[in-house]
Each structure stands twice: as C-alpha cells, then as structure tokens.
Ligand binder design. Structure first.
Ligand code: PMP
Length: 396
C-alpha cells in the first residue's frame, strides 16, 4: 500500500539544518534556523531553568495526567505576561488559557478552533511571514490571504499597503499579527501603527490573533506586549498563541499556550469548552515539565528577576551582533547600505541577499541562510563575524 506514496518536500528551514549538520567544513556558519546562540555558538539551558528544575525535582510527587488545558497557575502566569499583572481582562476573567505543545501547537489549536467554531472565515497573514503559518492554517482547512507588510526598497514596513489590504477583509475574518520581532523581517509596527491596526479591526469587525513567540527579544518583556495591550484595550475578542521556546530557551520541551479573550467570563468559558474538546482529540492533555518550569520561574520573585536579566542578556547580545555586522561590512568596504539591520528587532532580518547569493554563500563559504535571504542574527558571534562578512562581501 505504501508504494503509491510520494515523498513530501523537506521543510525549507529544518531541511537546511540537516544539510548544515552534514557539511564537514569546520568554519561553516548556520544563520538558518531561529535558535539563540551564545558567544561560543552554543544554546545552553538558562540558569533559571536549571534552578527551577532542581526545585521541581524536589517538589514533584506524581506523573499523573494534567487536565486538558494544563494547570490554572500556568494559565494565570501566561495571562499576566501577556496583559500585565493588573489587567482587567484577568480580574474580569475574560481570558481563558490552554497550555499547548509549543507555539506551533497553540497555533494549530487556534486554527482548529477558528475552523470549527467560526466557520469559513479567511485568515489574513502578513507577506512575508514565518514559513509554517500557511501550513498550520491550511491543515485545519482554512483559507489564507496575504496582506502587504514589507517594503523591499525602504527595508521598512509598508504600513499603508497593509492597511489598504486589510480594508478588504470581511467581517469575521482573522488578522494574524506577530506580537513582536516579526519573523522574518524583524520590523514591528510602532505604537501609533498598532493603534491604527486595532481601530481597523474594531471598525471592520475582524478578529485579531497574535502569534507571540519572541516576548522579551525586542525591547523588554513588558515593552514587547505593547501592541497586544493596545489591541486588548479596544477589542472585545482576541486570540493569542504564545511560545516559550525562545525566551525560556525551552525549545525541545514544547511549551506554549493558546489564550482566548471574550467579552464576558460566561462567553469565554463557553468558547473555551470547545478549545478543550479540540485539545482532547489531538493530544488529550499537555506535557507537564516545560510549563512547570515556566510557572516556577514566573511565580518566584527572585527567579523572575534573574530570568528577565537572562532575556535581556540574549536581547543585548543579538543587538550587539547587529551593530557589529553593519560595522564589519563597512570596514570591508561594502558600499551597499546594511544599516537597516541595526533598526530591526529580534532574531531575524531580511538581508536582501538573493537566491543566487544565498546559494554561493553555502557552496563556496559554508554559510547557511534561508533562500528568502532571511538571516538569524542570533547565529552570529564575534568570532564568526569576519568570515561571515567576507563571504557576504564576496557574493554581493
Ligand atoms: N511563531 C513564530 C513567528 C515563530 O518564529 C515560531 C518558531 N520559529 C513559532 C511560532 C513556533 O514556536 P514553537 O517552536 O514554540 O512551536
């Protein structure tokens, strides 16, 4: 029976990592996958995660199942991170949170919820976006439409075109927004633009959905929630998919959350009962360990302060690499203007390198970049910067 099956295409980003692993050249550099690397090129376990795990090892008394949405403590900690500790959304119990297996799991549950409960609405997704967004929403049978986001000339957001495209959305359609550190461009709306987008959603009766995978990687843990909180102040309903893969370095623990906000507690509880029945038939209930770590850190004042410092250290190192990258290219006599890299947020930027240049970097220099020209700045270090920039200068 299996003879009729044809091979699926390799995932463009994870496939690149496989190629990178097989490359025998010692000087190879991977700027493909979005994983934070420290100055030595490692992705270590955060110190606060190790401390929380030691506490959990002592405290844990059972491996019995969690409930379908995970623990209430985790749900509350997630909501406080999103909306602020004193948010009325939380005290009015308008938000309900289900732990999910990573940000991807949260998006997939959200997609299923939209399809089953909101019907044949369209999902508006920025062009460009994270490579997996289309696949996740299509897997639930939803139609996706792109709205303009990036201006390749100015290397900035094409805000007017984004608004113009979204003005064509029908009432009930979903607008997917990146909470911060837009993947792949690194360009986020400013406060006034968030405000305009929120007003558009209210006016056109669109349902905003935030994909929040990099909280803390742009300006700060609280600061990065600005866009979401501007929306929360105006919209009666919204959806959020959180990921703690990056900001807690918990990639392989698969810890994320799906949060639903409704106009009242009663409406939230009813809608959330459907989220629980979706999770039940996909993975039944979530894995405990990653979420327990996040809860332990966020609910312990000392651990939380230390974690915020660890996030700040990751953020600052990436920013330092952005500055060094621009400077090193300048020092090498590269005339093209790369200063936009310094203005952008988070792990990623669009380098503007084309497919041929990306290919040459891989073949001739062992430098791995996604075909779109997206670079993971988090993969740069002081020691790989000179060969990286020399390679780029050679292919420009
Ligand atoms: N959304 C965006 C924008 C991402 O970049 C990622 C991770 N690369 C995810 C969601 C998925 O996160 P996770 O690894 O937790 O599934």
């Amino acid at each position: 029976m299996f003879e009729k099956i044809t091979a699926a295409p390799a995932d463009p980003i994870l496939g690149l990592t496989e190629e990178f692993k097989k490359d025998a050249r010692p000087e190879k550099i991977n700027l493909g996958v979005g994983i934070y690397k420290d100055e030595s090129g490692n992705t270590p376990v955060l110190a606060t995660v190790k401390k929380a795990e030691a506490i959990l090892l002592e405290k844990e008394t059972t491996k019995s199942y969690l409930s379908i949405p995970g623990t209430a403590e985790y749900g509350l900690a997630v909501q406080q991170l999103l909306f602020g500790a004193d948010a009325s959304i939380i005290s009015d119990k308008r938000a309900q949170t289900a732990q999910a297996p990573g940000g991807t799991g949260a998006l997939r549950v959200a997609a299923e919820f939209i399809k089953r409960q909101l019907g044949d609405v369209k999902v508006w997704i920025s062009n460009p976006t994270w490579a997996n967004h289309m696949g996740v929403f299509k897997a639930a049978g939803l139609e996706t439409v792109q709205y303009a986001y990036y201006n390749a000339e100015t290397k900035d957001m094409d805000f007017d075109s984004a608004l113009a495209d979204l003005a064509n959305a029908a009432p009930g359609d979903i607008v997917l927004l990146h909470g911060c550190c837009h993947n792949p461009t690194g360009i986020d709306p400013d406060a006034a633009q968030w405000q305009k987008l929120a007003e558009l959603c209210v006016e056109k009766q669109l349902l905003p959905m935030f994909d929040f995978a990099y909280q803390g990687f742009a300006k700060g843990v609280e600061e990065d929630a600005q866009g979401l909180r501007i929306f929360a102040a105006q919209c009666k309903e919204l959806l959020v998919a959180s990921s703690f893969s990056k900001n807690f370095g918990l990639y392989n623990e698969r810890v994320g959350a799906f949060t639903l906000v409704a106009e009242s507690n009663e409406l939230a509880v009813t809608a959330f009962s459907q989220v629980k029945s979706i999770a039940r038939v996909i993975y039944s209930n979530p894995p405990a360990h990653g979420a327990a770590i996040v809860t332990e850190i966020l609910n312990d004042a000392a651990l939380r302060a230390e974690w915020e410092q660890e996030v700040a250290d990751m953020r600052d190192r990436i920013q330092e690499m952005r500055t060094l990258f621009v400077q090193t290219l300048k020092d090498l006599g590269v005339e093209a203007d790369f200063s936009f890299i310094e203005r952008q947020n988070g792990m990623f930027s669009f380098s503007g390198l084309n497919k041929d240049q990306v290919n040459r970097l891989k073949e001739e220099f062992g430098i791995y970049i996604v075909g779109s020209g997206r670079i993971s700045v988090a993969g740069m270090t002081k020691s790989n910067m000179p060969p990286l920039c020399k390679g780029i200068a050679a292919v420009l």
